[in-house]
Ligand binder design. Sequence first.
Ligand code: ZN
Length: 198
Amino acid sequence: MTRYAILAVMKNKIAFVFIAFCLALTSYGASLEIIKIGHPTLRAKAEEINFADIQSPEFQKLIDDMLTTMSEAGGVGLAAPQVNKSLRLFVMKSSWPNVPLTIVINPKVEYLEEFGKKSSTEGCLSIPGKSLKINRFKKIHISYFDRKGEYISKELDGFGAIIAQHEYDHLNGILIVDLVEQMFSQINFTGHANAPLM
Ligand SMILES: [Zn+2]
């Protein structure tokens, strides 16, 4: 191949990758507005989703839109109240530490106190610019329905357990600033710009 032929092939490859990238961006859903602390929806107890509604196109679209919103905001978790939908739904995904894409509907959480607690730095997409040291249970048991309406029951530990506890709090109107107030002696405004956002 001549140098020009190689260049032409490379150009085609770059165009192909670019188109694939654009398709990947548009294949989920729309980006939604993330509401901020002070908005009343963040303080409400979110409502259970009717099982029959899980398969509805509207609800499935909300899930896709939340995945897009979380990804575009650079978050590792997002709860429906954060996009002004007072529903018991959250999504989570992190590449490092790895937490698989998980869609959680109507969760029940049991805190496994015997494994103790651990503190880590958390940010919240609804509280821009604040990173707080928060104590969470190391291990929880969670049961919920996934987006197909299948019942899941499992234990979570590590980063997945932290995100799930943060998002579960959102469903009950609890924000990380409340947890800091409850544990005043452990307040620490760490100022980490790269704390995980949830
Ligand atoms: Zn949050």
